[in-house]
Design a protein around this ligand. Structure first.
Ligand SMILES: N[C@@H](CCC[C@H](N)C(=O)O)C(=O)O
Length: 260
């Protein structure tokens, strides 16, 4: 199948994007998606997205993990597809688009590569030992860590992701180290089945979980450093629920090409 694609990245979380406004591509083919996302035999990416038109919204985001399976919300993917929609002329600097977890509002900075994406409200955080478990559009496990730079995130994350509790549905594992003026986060991602350089729904989960454990309330802004750069999360917490959650950071065009 001949297809033009674009490569974008948001803090090192990288994606292949396809303009499917004409619905010419039938993407329900896990082996095909996985082969394009393969870093040795394909283009290489953490995930693949298709931009499609839909009734009441500016566009629809169809997201696949690099294993070729459709998945839950991808925050950095959401920020990248907003930058892509701007590049295509589908939107200007503001949009409301549809993703798997519902509508999302987003805004692009005047300079063009900083995207603020509104995430779903969050009401419930559970505990699992020293970890907090919550859904920010995708399921996340947030666990404190020390000497995080030295941690074997791939094998320790994998052991949690495949334990008896999580192996069936899967979960993303976020290790967090408190650096006082920011959090340092490393994430093992379900569906990539490896550590990625950033995870947007993951750093959002970390910011909310840390606010809850520190009993911070009101309008909160949290800086997070990940392997691929820096992200910011702002939200309101009233002690019961998290609202007005925004994931903010860079979303950048890398290259484009054709697959024949
Ligand atoms: N990289 C993403 C998360 C993508 C979904 C995740 N792999 C899952 O299956 O839950 C992000 O930026 O949020």
């Amino acid at each position: 199948m001949e297809m033009h694609f674009y490569k974008y990245q948001g803090a090192g979380n990288d994606f292949i994007l396809v303009d499917n406004r004409d619905r010419a591509i039938n993407h329900e083919n896990p082996a095909w998606i996985a082969s394009i996302c393969d870093r040795r035999f394909g283009v290489g990416a953490d995930g693949m997205m298709f931009l499609q038109l839909t009734g009441a919204y500016d566009f629809e985001m169809i997201y696949y993990n690099s294993d070729g399976q459709p998945s839950s919300m991808c925050g950095n993917g959401g920020r990248c597809i907003v930058a892509f929609a701007k590049h295509l002329g589908v939107i200007d600097l503001e949009t409301t688009f549809l993703a798997v977890d519902g509508p999302h509002y987003a805004k692009i900075s005047e300079e063009g590569n900083w995207v603020s994406l509104q995430m779903i409200d969050v009401q419930s955080i559970k505990t699992d030992g020293s970890a907090q478990v919550l859904n920010t559009g995708s399921p996340h496990y947030v666990v404190p860590a020390s000497r995080l730079a030295e941690k074997d995130v791939r094998s320790e994350g994998r052991a949690i992701r495949y334990n008896e509790t999580y192996k069936e549905e899967g979960i993303n594992i976020n290790f967090v180290e408190d650096k006082n003026d920011h959090y340092f986060v490393r994430t093992y991602e379900r569906g990539v089945e490896d550590e990625t350089f950033a995870c947007g729904t993951g750093v959002t989960a970390v910011a909310l979980a840390m606010a809850k454990s520190k009993d911070q309330r009101g309008d909160i802004s949290t800086k997070v450093r990940v392997l691929g750069g820096n992200l910011n999360i702002r939200f309101h917490y009233d002690g019961k629920k998290f609202t007005n959650i925004f994931l903010e950071g860079p979303a950048e065009y890398v290259f484009e090409g054709d697959i024949r």
